[in-house]
Write a protein that binds this ligand. Structure first.
Ligand SMILES: [Zn+2]
Length: 310
């Protein structure tokens, strides 16, 4: 049975926001998309999806499941009221570090570096200068990174993908984090700790959403590419995600994991199966087929794949 799983990240009043160039769903467009979903789909709950995946009660026709990644404050201020008004449930996936530690993730630093400096040229120049002066210590020549990672993606030019991959995982962790902070400070010019306070929701806000019927699933602690971690490091991420969900009252059985960057591997999925995870959400682009797709590898559609008007 088909299930349209819709994936959202930033949802904000883009034109009147501080960073109008951030890649996100404008709130007016979001309202239009909810109208479209109301007309053409039947919004289902996490509980109903878990039940269907386990072979129980099937989903209604044209089922849609709304998922929101990364724990942004606007999910509380903008999205939650609109879902609540319609009597719909959303599934929210905050990394532990964002809501508990209020720490600005590298992935978000990169988004705002690119929004503050839309021309990638000076950002790439700064990366090159950093890499050139730190040869050795596991840092390869700039050209090697360029050859491997400057490949256009679904929504991004090759230059932008290069910046993202170098700062997400290509460089070793310590210099990568240092470079990310340096670029954030020079192009965005805001204190990362203050920025995180404004970007992410708090645990109390998350708890309120849960009390009002929204659901929460795992999205890791550090928002790492989990397929690039050792099995032991994968287990640490999964256990801490699960402990965090437990603190919110989410049952330890039949929970949902949403893979950061959609990245997973055999070892991670085997681990999740042992830890009673019922569903794994990827970023593979398709309408899910419950009963056909592996439950720990369900595909999603991006909000950009759905119409914005009824
Ligand atoms: Zn994410």
């Amino acid at each position: 049975m088909p299930l349209t799983i819709v994936m959202y990240h930033y949802v904000r009043d883009l034109a009147r926001s501080r960073y109008p160039l951030i890649k996100g769903r404008d709130i007016a467009e979001f309202r239009g998309q909810l109208d479209h979903i109301a007309r053409h789909h039947h919004v289902v709950t996490t509980e109903a999806v878990v039940e269907a995946v386990k072979g129980g009660e099937p989903l209604p026709a044209n089922a849609a499941w709304l998922t929101f990644d990364d724990g942004y404050l606007e999910h509380f201020t903008q999205v939650f009221p609109l879902l609540h008004e319609r009597g719909w449930q959303g599934a929210f996936f905050p990394p532990v570090k964002t809501v508990v530690d209020r720490e600005l993730l590298d992935v978000n630093m990169v988004h705002f570096i690119l929004a503050a400096q839309p021309d990638p040229t000076p950002v790439i120049a700064a990366i090159k200068a950093y890499v050139d002066t730190r040869q050795g210590d596991g840092i390869a020549p700039f050209e090697a990174y360029w050859r491997e990672f400057a490949q256009a993606g679904r929504f991004d030019a090759a230059e932008v993908i290069f910046i993202k991959r170098v700062l997400q995982h290509a460089l070793p962790e310590t210099p990568r984090k240092a470079l990310c902070r340096q670029l954030f400070r020079s192009f965005v010019s805001v204190d990362p700790a203050a920025f995180a306070q404004e970007l992410y929701m708090s645990v109390d806000q998350l708890r309120m959403m849960v009390r009002c019927g929204m659901t929460v699933g795992g999205h890791g602690v550090n928002h790492y590419w989990l397929n690039r971690l050792s099995p032991a490091a994968q287990e640490a991420e999964v256990d801490a995600s699960r402990a965090f969900l437990g603190s919110l009252g989410v049952a330890a059985k039949d929970w949902v994991m949403c893979y950061p960057y959609g990245a997973h591997d055999d070892s991670l999925r085997a681990l999740l199966a042992r830890k009673d995870c019922a569903i794994g959400l990827t970023t593979r682009v398709a309408v899910a087929e419950i009963g056909v797709d592996a439950p720990l590898m369900l595909p999603r559609l991006d909000t950009n794949d759905l119409p914005l008007t009824p």
